[in-house]
Design a protein around this ligand. Structure first.
Ligand code: FHN
Length: 422
């Protein structure tokens, strides 16, 4: 394993001014759509099928010969994303199976040179995003189940017929070259979202600083976000939590993920699969999805909610409906979500607060009582009203907080009370 880059790892990363601006904008956006799409979608059993079924890499590659997503319409995808109220898309440019969904010159195993479709779907998506004002992020897998230079073979991808040798320098160069392409051929990119470090032992040298510096040298404003389930590392610009709100660890991914100072995101999928899975119809309800979005905002994080498009290039109908429901809710309540940060009152059993300057939005998600005490750390409240109809809400205050006296026991999906702080 090469150790180049270890001296760089000691150097402090100083983000460029445009990077800091993009971090703030990223936090303001609050909601993004995650898209897992690849040739695996044809098998309709999730994006891990190559590994899970131990499919030989040469056999798996033949899937590409049949990939022809005849209904793919990037403009429609972006329109659906906008209807969801989401402000950015993060799409798999290359997942663990090693197939590039963009036109790379680094390997013919890509959407243009390797399929009868021959269209660069990422280019079409980038054009539609730029046209419709949606930010584009690229998911990029650091592990690869197919390339012979990805060596040592990691925890996964052992049953696909790879040889027991390789060349990390070559693989590292391949990644840098692909990142150059992603950051020069598709306009302004909001973030590179890495995944896969967990494939190698914790002390493995991924030469991350070289990779991160390379990204910032091409687009200084581009955020580096990595799904490594650890504390943030030097050179990163955001921290993501898989299937958990920051600081929670219900799924086991985030056991070592201390919350740092960087912008936060949580990613989740609408059913239980990331890539298209024909038998997985366990979609989260509208209420669950909206609660997750609100809780993410209250935990000072964005929500990145995934869809796995079908092999024909369309989003599953249920996903479109659910996104639309989120968008309809956001049309009414967006002011209490977009542009906010986690509020003064930290997350509670009854819900969360979000905040924009002196305005505190109290999101009551689950409360069986007409009165609700908010510990405000001594901060005084000037006025309180119901967000929806602006009716005043009665309240009293003591040294530590404020007691809201609601007109009724809240039974809405999210009963929002708006406080003006002194
Ligand atoms: O293995 C991947 C998985 O396929 C998916 O991409 C998720 C998304 O966060 N990340 C990895 C699992 O941690």
């Amino acid at each position: 394993v090469a150790i180049a880059g270890s001296s760089q790892a000691q150097q402090k990363y100083v983000p460029a001014a445009e990077n800091l601006k993009n971090r703030a904008e990223f936090q303001d956006m609050k909601f993004g759509v995650f898209i897992h799409w690849g040739i695996y979608s044809m098998m309709a059993d999730g994006e891990w099928i190559m590994n899970n079924k131990n499919i030989n890499w040469q056999e798996y590659a033949k899937l590409a010969d049949g990939f022809y997503p005849s209904k793919y319409d990037a403009e429609k995808w972006v329109a659906d994303v906008k209807a969801a109220g989401a402000k950015y898309i993060c799409i798999t440019s290359r997942h663990h199976d090693g197939f590039s969904m963009f036109h790379t010159r680094q390997s013919p195993y890509n959407i243009v040179d390797g399929t009868p479709f021959k269209r660069d779907i990422i280019k079409e998506l980038a054009d539609a995003c730029h046209k419709q004002g949606v930010k584009l992020h690229f998911y990029y897998s650091q592990l690869d189940w197919r390339r012979s230079d990805y060596f040592p073979i990691g925890r996964t991808g052992r049953g696909v017929g790879r040889t027991e040798q390789g060349n990390w320098d070559s693989y590292h160069r391949f990644m840098l070259n692909q990142l150059t392409e992603l950051l020069t051929n598709y306009g302004e990119i909001g973030a590179i979202w890495f995944d896969g470090q967990w494939d190698q032992p914790a002390d493995f040298n991924w030469r991350l600083r070289e990779i991160y510096d390379h990204i910032h040298s091409i687009q200084p404003g581009c955020l580096v976000i990595s799904n490594h389930h650890l504390a943030p590392q030097e050179g990163e610009d955001g921290q993501t939590f898989e299937k958990d709100l920051p600081g929670h660890n219900t799924t086991g991914f985030s056991a070592n993920a201390e919350i740092g100072q960087l912008p936060l995101e949580t990613c989740e999928t609408m059913n239980n699969s990331w890539g298209y899975n024909i038998t997985d119809l366990k979609y989260k309800s509208e209420k669950e999805l909206i609660h997750y979005l609100v809780k993410a905002a209250g935990n000072n994080a964005n929500l990145l909610m995934n869809v796995g498009p079908r092999p024909d290039g369309t989003f599953p109908d249920i996903a479109v409906q659910r996104y639309k429901a989120m968008g309809d809710w956001l049309k009414v309540y967006g002011e209490s979500i977009y542009g906010t940060r986690g509020g003064l009152v930290t997350p509670r059993d009854w819900g969360v607060t979000t905040q924009k300057e002196n305005r505190l939005y109290v999101h009551i998600l689950n409360c069986k009582d007409k009165s609700l005490y908010l510990p405000t750390n001594g901060k005084k409240v000037k006025s309180a009203r119901v967000f929806l109809d602006k009716k005043p809400v009665k309240f009293t205050q003591d040294a530590d907080g404020v007691l809201l006296k609601l007109d009724k026991v809240p039974d809405e999906l999210d009963y929002v009370v708006e406080l003006e702080l002194k």
